[in-house]
Write a protein that binds this ligand. Structure first.
Ligand SMILES: [Zn+2]
Length: 396
């Protein structure tokens, strides 16, 4: 009897293992077969001061050519990030221009590997040619002070603008603001929405307040995107993520939410552990009257983290966010906006860099997502919105 049980169990385990490895293999294949668009990667910021040869694997950071090829990444939106401290000064434009120049340099130095993509067609053409597309999105509309500058950035290749970043600007409020300057969009911001529609730049509502989001939805004539936001359902009270009601409105308008992979965006338990860690460090600093960079503070941090590791979220949790959106609004309104190179060492286990998209695809396969579904998540949904934005601009 015992022996029979042993055989049955062994056969069962072998079966599970072979199904698992089949699915893993399948996930790797699909990552290569489908176009993968990721709407938020902060590589340009890392190239700003010192040039990095990203055709070789970097020792730091999360995006480079070899790992992108391995992970099947075809069109990472390069984030043209503008720090809020530069808002309202000429430095905002200069900073953005510097980052755009870095993306242009990638194309110039490595033409067989990277090409700036300014349209959905460009992405498709580059995919067929085996070249990684580099579309650009501007994170923080601070440099866009008038119509001419909007046109200027469109001509440079900017295809979405995240209206604000960590602090209100002349366009709208930020979800991180304690006090709300405009209660949503500013008068300038309200006009800008129609102009972005007409010129063909996607409106990105990541980072803005709920009021701003609802006002954008009222005003826009095209679907909008959240380029790197996750579901507030899993992180209650974190306005930077989208509430269920907002996801429904976004979807009703035809838009997409592109899930951010940072653990802060995924998991309230992680957020609580981190909050506790920071609070403890602050108490220690206050008690001993020490500055942030004092070696004693560093030592305290290390000891604290050894005893109370903050850890990471998981690739499964990213799949939970996708499940949640799908349950709320269906498969047409969800995609990927990792925030690689933008969220530091907070990435979930199983999704640490651009080589690991197959791990997420594997999770989705395991949960019963069809190949069609997975293709929608990888790129079809975001490309559909981008196309609609292009078509609206062509007609208006
Ligand atoms: Zn961001």
């Amino acid at each position: 009897m015992k022996r029979l049980l042993f055989f049955v169990l062994t056969a069962y385990c072998i079966n599970i293992n072979s199904t698992e490895s089949n699915l893993r293999q399948k996930a790797v294949e699909l990552a290569q077969k489908f176009i993968i668009v990721d709407t938020h990667i902060d590589l340009p910021l890392h190239l700003r001061k010192t040039w990095i040869d990203v055709t070789k694997q970097r020792t730091k950071g999360q995006m480079d050519y070899p790992r992108a090829v391995k992970g099947g990444l075809n069109a990472p939106f390069m984030s043209i990030y503008v720090p809020p401290r530069l808002q309202g000064t000429p430095k905002a434009k200069a900073y953005a221009d510097t980052l755009i120049a870095k993306v242009e340099k990638l194309e110039r130095l490595y033409p067989d590997k990277f090409k700036i993509a300014k349209s959905v067609n460009d992405v498709l053409k580059n995919f067929d040619a085996g070249i990684i597309s580099l579309p650009m999105g501007m994170e923080n509309g601070a440099p866009i002070e008038n119509d001419e500058l909007l046109q200027y950035y469109y001509d440079k290749g900017i295809r979405y603008v995240t209206l604000a970043h960590g602090k209100w600007n002349h366009i709208c409020d930020s979800s991180y603001d304690e006090e709300r300057k405009w209660n949503g969009l500013s008068p300038f911001g309200k006009k800008l929405i129609g102009k972005m529609n007409r010129i063909g730049i996607m409106i990105d509502i990541s980072h803005v307040t709920d009021e701003t989001f609802y006002q954008v939805i009222e005003l826009t004539n095209t679907p909008v995107i959240a380029s790197h936001s996750s579901c507030r359902y899993f992180t209650p009270g974190f306005e930077r993520n989208m509430s269920d009601d907002m996801i429904k409105k976004l979807a009703a308008n035809g838009g997409v939410i592109q899930i951010n992979f940072g653990s802060d965006f995924l998991d309230k338990n992680y957020r609580e552990r981190k909050k506790k860690y920071r609070a403890n460090v602050k108490v220690f600093m206050d008690e001993h009257q020490l500055e942030r960079n004092d070696p004693k503070v560093k030592e305290y941090r290390e000891n604290y983290l050894n005893e109370n590791p903050v850890g990471y979220s998981t690739v499964q949790k990213v799949a939970d966010h996708i499940d949640h959106v799908v349950k709320l609004v269906g498969i047409e309104h969800i995609g990927l906006g990792s925030d690689f190179d933008g969220v530091g060492d907070t990435l979930p286990t199983g999704l640490k860099d651009v080589s690991m998209y197959p791990n997420l695809i594997y999770e989705l396969l395991k949960r019963g997502y069809s190949e069609d579904d997975i293709e929608k998540i990888c790129s079809d949904n975001i490309l559909r919105v981008w196309k609609q934005v292009e078509e609206y601009a062509a007609e208006n």
